[in-house]
Every structure is written in C-alpha cells, then in structure tokens.
Ligand binder design. Sequence first.
Ligand SMILES: Cc1cc2nc3c(=O)[nH]c(=O)nc-3n(C[C@H](O)[C@H](O)[C@H](O)COP(=O)(O)O)c2cc1C
Length: 157
Amino acid sequence: MKLLIVYDSRTGNTEKMAHAVSEGVKSAGVEATLRKVDEASVDELPLYQGLILGSPVYYGLPSSKIKEFLDVSVKHHGKLEGMVGGAFASSGGTHTGAETTIISLLEALMVHGMVVQGTSSTNHYGAASVGAPDEKALEVCRRMGERLGKLAKKLNT
Ligand SMILES: Cc1cc2nc3c(=O)[nH]c(=O)nc-3n(C[C@H](O)[C@H](O)[C@H](O)COP(=O)(O)O)c2cc1C
C-alpha cells in the first residue's frame, strides 16, 4: 500500500507541508513517496493507491506545473478510478485562495474517479497554510496524511 505525494514549491512552504503530510501517511502504516513536481512522472501513478497534490496558491489557483502534471495524467484517464485523492495548499495570505486552490485540485482528482474525504474538524477540504507553516499547520498536514492513509487501507482490504 503506498501513496504518492506530488507538490510544487518555489520558496519551500509547500515542501514543508508535503513532508508533514508524508509523515502522517506513514503514521497510518502506509508507504509514502514524495516527489517535487519537476521530478514526478505520471507514468508511476498506476503503482499507487492514492495521489495527494500540494501547490502554492497562484492567483487563487494551483501552479501551472501542478496543472501540467494533471493535464499529462490524461494518459491514465479511466484507470485511476477508486484511488484516494487529496490536496493541500500554501498561500501568502488568509482568505486569499487556499481553499479555492484545494477545491480545484480535488475537482481534477474527482474527474479521475478518485475518492476524496473531507473532515468535520478544521481544514475541511485539505490542509491549508499561510506562509511558512508553523507547528499547528504541520500538525493539520500530518492529520490529513494519516486520514488519507487510513482511507487507502479501508478501500484496499
Ligand atoms: C505568481 C504568484 C502568485 C501568487 N498568488 C497568490 C494568491 O493569489 N493568493 C495568495 O494568498 N498568495 C499568492 N502568492 C503567494 C504564494 O502562494 C505563497 O508565498 C506560498 O506560500 C508560496 O509557496 P512555496 O513556498 O511552496 O512556493 C502568489 C505567489 C506567486 C509567486
């Protein structure tokens, strides 16, 4: 059982979140592979039970690199049904596009037929952080990773 985390990050904030998400996935007893989007290949997607995307907020949307990764993933369209999907985002401000960015990513993952799980506690749609993530934001990332790891286990037993 393994989940792939693909993230973009120019100044390191989303990258820090990605590491915390990875810790959370592992804490659920599931393998996690971290890939910066420049080094990620859609070719490995079918090897995973889940895909978690992380992006900085650029004009209220995911970065073009993450969008490009999604666009190239059309190669596997129809073959990723039932995978776990998740998303997180780093923004420069509060109420300035983190949730719209996360929702955009989840929309794309749902077009692939992935299973998306929200949470009734804070950060309902996925982990969001302003600037460099503090310990509280990193904990939200870990909890999200753990939740998605557990979901992958449930869906694959
Ligand atoms: C081209 C560009 C557009 C941005 N647009 C937004 C925005 O719409 N809302 C926002 O809150 N932050 C915006 N930011 C700030 C980044 O989202 C923020 O600095 C983020 O933490 C960067 O993540 P990173 O360190 O992983 O690159 C923008 C930054 C850049 C470079």
